[in-house]
Ligand binder design. Structure first.
Ligand code: V47
Length: 353
């Protein structure tokens, strides 16, 4: 059947259909993605008031795309103490944060409890703050390093107060590309298995895809369809987040930076393909704020949050080191014709600004 007919009838698309979407007229693609966005969310654009914390950059893995890790090109190794992390949360709590998003490197020297105890300490002191922490890549690292199963680590996360899992570490699922960009860390299947186990506990998580490096359109579609399959089984993903590759200070030799048009097409295709994932997040730290605002017309209904400080993408060249002020965020969303809605970490609406 003709692809346009399928889009018109809101039919689920397969791999071949999805590849064809990239060749559609740019604005026709935007039209269909936006139609789905409007059906699901109207003109609402979600964001949250949150704080990113990256407690250590010492890593036993060697991902080619990473500029953050001290075992790559970052000349400043660090590991924060729990007191330092609690101070950060304390300061940010004065700015009204509702979530801490905690993602670390894979540090073999801290011991398992360093990773876990800080969650309990945050929860004890700030019970209303949502703790989003430990990517599937970190869970795999901790399980391997301390000879535990994924279930063991997940049970410990629950005991220590982790509320939801971020979507990091997914990178690109195609095994050949994965081997080249991050061989040695969590495999694609392990990443999916870990999220499945987390969802089995009635918990939610996000899913990312790192694109704009050496992958092809086919690899992106394959990645999204593997996520769609798991979501059919568990329903546990809240959001899909296509992360635009930042090119500075890393070992991946990318000849040409991805174009804004290709990024917007990928958001739109994500919105069309992932009919079972409620939210498409244009994470402004990797897309730039300006493109994230345009992405609202291409299926994205979430811009992540204020983040305050960010170390992973900014190490690779993103303009995200210091976050965005709430009022600025709200004004930008309003001025682009959308309705800013502050949400909590699992997409309950808190305030229409
Ligand atoms: O998995 C590393 C990525 C991710 C680069 O769940 C890079 O709500 C671009 O997952 N260029 C971690 N990206 C961040 C992450 C995330 C961010 C925001 C929201 C959520 C969420 C999750 O950062 C890693 C990796 O794919 N990354 N290096 C780079 N050079």
């Amino acid at each position: 059947m003709d692809i346009l007919k399928k889009l018109e009838n809101n039919e689920r698309l397969n791999y071949e259909d999805a590849i064809k979407l990239y060749d559609l007229d740019f604005f026709e693609l935007a039209y269909y993605a936006n139609r789905i966005r409007e059906d699901k969310h109207g003109k609402k654009t979600y964001f949250n008031i949150n704080r990113h914390i990256n407690p250590t950059n010492i890593c036993k893995d060697v991902c080619q795309f990473c500029a953050y890790s001290a075992s790559r090109k970052n000349p400043n190794p660090y590991t924060m103490s729990h007191e330092e992390i609690l101070d950060v949360v304390e300061n940010s709590s004065k700015n009204g944060i509702k979530e801490v998003h905690i993602v670390s490197a894979h540090n073999p020297d801290t011991g398992l409890q360093w990773y876990l105890d800080v969650f309990k300490k945050i929860k004890q002191k700030f019970p209303s703050i949502h703790v989003k922490a430990l990517t599937a890549a970190e869970i795999h690292f901790l399980a391997t390093q301390y000879n535990l199963s994924y279930e063991d680590i997940i049970n410990k996360m629950l005991e220590h107060g982790v509320d939801s899992m971020p979507g990091g570490g997914a990178e690109i699922f195609d095994e050949k590309v994965r081997k080249r960009v991050c061989g040695g860390k969590v495999t694609s299947q392990q990443w999916l298995d870990i999220h499945k186990l987390w969802h089995k506990n009635g918990k939610h998580s996000n899913a990312t895809m790192l694109f704009g490096h050496i992958e092809t359109r086919e690899h992106r579609v394959d990645h999204m369809l593997r996520l769609r399959d798991l979501q059919d089984e568990t329903g546990g993903f809240n959001a899909f987040i296509p992360l635009v590759f930042q090119t500075k200070n890393n070992y991946l030799k990318v000849k040409e930076a991805i174009t804004g048009q290709e990024i917007l097409k990928t958001y739109a295709i994500a919105r069309i393909l992932l009919d079972n994932i409620p939210n498409i997040k244009a994470y402004w730290a990797t897309s730039t704020v300006k493109l994230a605002l345009i992405a609202q017309e291409f299926g994205a209904n979430d811009l992540d949050g204020t983040i305050e400080k960010e170390s992973i993408q900014s190490a690779a060249g993103a303009q995200s080191a210091h976050g965005v002020q709430v009022q600025q965020f709200v004004d930008l969303i309003k001025n682009s014709g959308f309705t800013p809605v502050e949400r909590d970490s699992v997409y309950n609406e808190l305030k229409v600004w």
